[in-house]
Ligand binder design. Structure first.
Ligand SMILES: N[C@@H](CCC(=O)N[C@@H](CS)C(=O)NCC(=O)O)C(=O)O
Length: 201
């Protein structure tokens, strides 16, 4: 399988999965936002020129969550999804989808308004609203983690998704000073050798 990857992007989630499972994979590395990502060849694989994209023989798939589900389905001998008759399964599903559903939307606004747009086009009201929302989204994760090491109890693919989103939020400067459980969780995730490897390809 070949992963189209950039550091500091959601492609790290997929590389992290490969590393956790000890699977071999090829990568094509981009610098995030580089012109190469907008090339006609790459846009045949990902119409918006984003990462991650995965190629598996004749199959091409984008969307980080879908890619992770795809790889897990193809490699069934793993412990990264609780069984559907385990009571942790519902929790697992919720936190797997929470990353793209709840954390990344306000983060996207903050990135666009504070990094991508020139200051004269940035809208302070949007930034304030998104920052407040992001704080609420992170508080829910913080509360859920009280008494748990990982989102579904044991380390699971939900941590690859929402855990990674939380790490990205803190790198972006989200204020987590009042969220000690979240701070410990971030440390626990970023200490994992597979995370370190996947972040620095
Ligand atoms: N929902 C998509 C989002 C993909 C996405 O927006 N990727 C960002 C990096 S995290 C990207 O490639 N941005 C580059 C650009 O927009 O030029 C996923 O989870 O795969």
């Amino acid at each position: 399988m070949k992963l189209y990857y950039a550091r500091n992007s959601r492609a790290v989630r997929v590389a992290w999965l490969f590393e956790e499972l000890g699977l071999s994979y090829k990568i094509q590395k981009f610098d995030l936002g580089a012109q190469e990502m907008r090339s006609p060849e790459y846009k045949k694989l990902h119409p918006m020129g984003r990462v991650p994209t995965l190629e598996d023989g004749s199959i091409t798939i984008f969307e980080s969550g879908a890619i992770i589900q795809y790889i897990l389905e193809k490699n069934k001998n793993h412990k990264l999804i609780p069984s559907s008759d385990d009571e942790k399964y519902a929790n697992y599903l919720q936190w797997f989808h929470y990353a793209e559903g709840m954390i990344m939307p306000p983060m996207n606004i903050i990135v666009v308004e504070t990094i991508l747009l020139p200051p004269e086009r940035s809208n302070e009201t949007n930034v304030k609203r998104a920052t407040k929302l992001l704080g609420q989204m992170l508080s829910a994760v913080d509360h859920h983690l009280v008494g748990r090491d990982y989102l579904a109890g044991e380390f699971s693919a939900a941590d690859l998704m929402t855990g990674h989103a939380v790490v990205m939020a803190s790198k972006l400067g989200a204020d987590i000073s009042d969220k000690p459980t979240l701070q410990t969780y971030i440390q626990r995730l970023t200490d994992r050798p597979a995370f370190k490897k996947a972040s620095n390809l």
